[in-house]
Write a protein that binds this ligand. Structure first.
Ligand code: HEM
Length: 222
């Protein structure tokens, strides 16, 4: 049983790294690949969304693996710094995902105004994912190493190298994101800001469509 539980736990790091680092990292740099600029943005938005959805699915399964492992072994939940940072990471990711799926239903100019928040949250999640991975690897090493960590056994060398690989991958992603030359050229329509007047107009129009008598009729009566 202990062996089986350990195998269930092992899915946690695998799925979290695959979802919140590898898939997520690729999804955020998708719009920076120059050959995609000549193609429809919608196509790449769909690919971006699908990769994010897959990452979301893997993160849910990865969390199920560790919560299941804790429940079966009577280990308390959410006590470590790793688990606190980790849960903030996934909550932020789920919020961003929810906003991402709701945004296509909102007016284009409203969407473009929210874009900087979306981009900031996207980068913040990547930093949080990296922090979660490094703290998780370190914690697992202290839990399971047979020999002292400072004698640097083979498992420690392997796990440290894996951590370094994750750091290198995230640095490359950040390097791509911070290069302005790789920014997809925006059309005027995509970058137009939204004013308070626009928001008010949208609210008034949506109220008006839900009324039996048109709003303009009441205005003329006043
Ligand atoms: C983005 C990546 C990751 C996230 C968001 C994340 C999130 C979490 C969360 C929320 C928990 C708490 C589960 C509970 O209390 O029942 C947890 C537990 C754990 N995670 Fe991760 N994790 C990530 C990556 C990793 C990695 C790469 C490892 C490396 C082995 C790891 C090792 C652990 C360990 C040992 C526990 C159990 C002890 C504890 O609760 O701190 N995690 N993780």
């Amino acid at each position: 049983i202990v062996g089986a539980l350990f195998i269930i736990f092992n899915w946690h790091p695998v799925l979290m790294v695959a979802g919140l680092v590898v898939l997520y990292g690729n999804a955020v740099v998708l719009f920076r690949v120059p050959f995609t600029w000549r193609q429809k943005k919608l196509t790449w938005k769909l690919v971006h969304g699908s990769l994010m959805l897959l990452a979301l699915l893997l993160s849910v399964l990865g969390l199920c693996a560790v919560f299941d492992n804790h429940r079966s072994s009577n280990i308390p939940d959410m006590y470590s710094l790793h688990s606190w940072v980790g849960i903030c990471t996934v909550i932020m990711f789920w919020l961003l995902g929810l906003a991402g799926f709701l945004l296509p239903c909102s007016p284009p100019r409203f969407r473009s105004n929210l874009k900087p928040v979306h981009v900031w949250m996207g980068k913040a999640i990547l930093i949080l994912s990296l922090t979660s991975c490094i703290s998780g690897i370190n914690e697992q090493l202290f839990f399971t190493l047979g020999k002292p960590y400072n004698s640097l056994p083979a498992e420690a060398k392997f796990a440290n190298s894996l951590g370094l690989l994750i750091v290198a991958f995230v640095l490359v992603v950040f390097g791509i994101l911070s290069n302005d030359d790789w920014q997809r050229p925006e059309t005027h329509h995509e970058s137009a800001p939204v004013s308070m007047g626009d928001i008010l107009l949208i609210i008034l129009l949506s109220i008006n469509t839900n009324r039996k008598r048109p709003f303009c009729f009441e205005m003329t009566k006043m």
